[in-house]
Design a protein around this ligand. Structure first.
Ligand code: PLP
Length: 393
């Protein structure tokens, strides 16, 4: 129940603690299965007729508490936790499309999601159109009679491009198509796509939701009917979340609001600092008025998030030297943890993509992606300053 609470109160008190012994924190139901008193009870639970639990792939009390909190924070009727963000995305997508359907998705989306659309779906007779720029005009141009799904990721990776969620959803509704939005970068603290008309929201909970780089998880959110439909497929695909991981997520999500406030503030300060630094060519952050998506972001986001990218002058070598010179920031993939993580995609995550294709996707030689953590901002600014100083030596 919503109770009209604010974000942090929902994150801390939302959902039902399944413990009968009045523990303040929820217990971990580290069990794969549940006992029935009668065969009738087993038959009832197996068909999802509650109350009670049947088998952890069907549901688990610890995981349920995490799902209830997430549903409250995203303003969803229901939620389904999964074992990774990719389990959430593949389960959601594969629950709604079938042979003969057409899907529209931006080209610049999370790499494994791109591979799901580019490699896997065509094998099952689904056509996909990729957009070079994720504007509503491009989505509209790509529509076909058989378009079933418009996929959205905003802000996206790595240039933090912004898509107008409400406009794409209006287009999808008029066309009788479904929308799925990946809200990982923004988090429910900064953006609620369901309130803007999206049908299904997916998250990599590995990132900001968990928040401590110690758990791999995902979550799918939507209305009761859609989540029920997804649950049926999910039990076949099997990407179930472990109860201990659910418990870590319950603990992590309780501080999501506080962490996001700091991520937002730190990223804004770092973006402004980098934008004025002589060794930096360009900064991509939706909180900067110079960002092409700034106005739409202001309309649909409450904060601009903790992710930014920037290009150093001097290309590939300068990019490598800069990330290797950082001392407070950690050179690692992933994002959304309390610690600042940096990547130089041209030398690491995108090393397998031919250079021309990579540059066409905006991943230039000197591009550096930063997941801005919640350290003291002065320490982060000093760290970037000393690393950038070395480029001019
Ligand atoms: N979506 C986005 C935007 C991501 O950045 C990631 C991972 O980096 C994923 C989905 C996949 O999540 P996971 O690694 O939890 O499967």
């Amino acid at each position: 129940m919503d109770h009209g609470w604010g974000f942090q109160t929902k994150a801390i008190h939302g959902g039902t603690n399944p413990d009968n012994n009045k523990s303040v924190t929820a217990p971990i139901y580290q069990t794969s299965t549940f006992r029935f008193t009668t065969v009738e009870e087993g038959a009832r639970l197996g068909q999802d007729i509650g109350p009670g639990y049947y088998y952890t792939r069907w549901g688990n009390p610890t995981t349920r508490l995490f799902e209830e909190k997430m549903a409250l924070l995203e303003g969803a009727e229901d939620a389904l936790a999964t074992s990774s963000g990719m389990a959430a995305i593949s389960t959601a997508v594969l629950s709604f499309i079938q042979k003969g359907d057409h899907v529209v998705a931006p080209r610049a989306i999370y790499q494994a999601t791109y591979e799901l659309f580019q490699e896997v779906l065509p094998d099952f007779g689904v056509e996909v159109t990729f957009l070079n720029v994720p504007t509503v005009e491009e989505y509209e141009r790509a529509l076909r009679k058989n378009t079933r799904l418009l996929y959205i990721e905003t802000p996206n990776n790595p240039l933090l491009q912004i898509t107008d969620i409400a406009a794409v959803c209006a287009l999808a509704r008029a066309h009788g198509a479904l929308t799925i939005a990946d809200n990982t970068f923004a988090t429910p603290y900064n953006q609620n796509p369901l309130s803007l008309g999206v049908d299904v929201v997916v998250h990599s909970a590995t990132k900001y939701i968990g928040g401590h780089s110690d758990v791999t998880a995902g979550v799918i959110l939507g209305n009761r009917e859609r989540i029920q439909q997804i649950k049926h497929r999910f039990r076949i695909y099997g990407g179930v979340l472990d109860p201990f991981a659910s418990w870590l997520l319950i603990r992590g999500v309780k501080t999501l609001g506080l962490r996001m406030e700091r991520h937002n503030a730190n990223a804004q300060r770092l973006a402004e600092f980098l934008a004025s630094h002589p060794a930096v060519e360009r900064v991509y952050y939706p909180g900067l008025p110079s960002h092409p998506g700034h106005d739409v972001a202001r309309r649909q986001m409450r904060g601009f998030g903790g992710m930014l990218s920037f290009e150093v002058k001097g290309g590939f070598e300068a990019g490598v030297r800069c990330v290797e010179a950082l001392r407070v920031c950690t050179l690692a993939v992933s994002l959304g943890g309390v610690e600042t993580l940096v990547t130089h995609p041209a030398s690491t995550s995108s090393v397998g993509i031919p250079r021309e294709e990579r540059i066409r996707a905006g991943i230039t030689d000197g591009l550096i992606r930063v997941s801005v953590g919640i350290e003291d901002i002065e320490d982060l600014l000093r760290d970037f300053d000393q690393a950038l100083e070395r480029l001019s030596v």
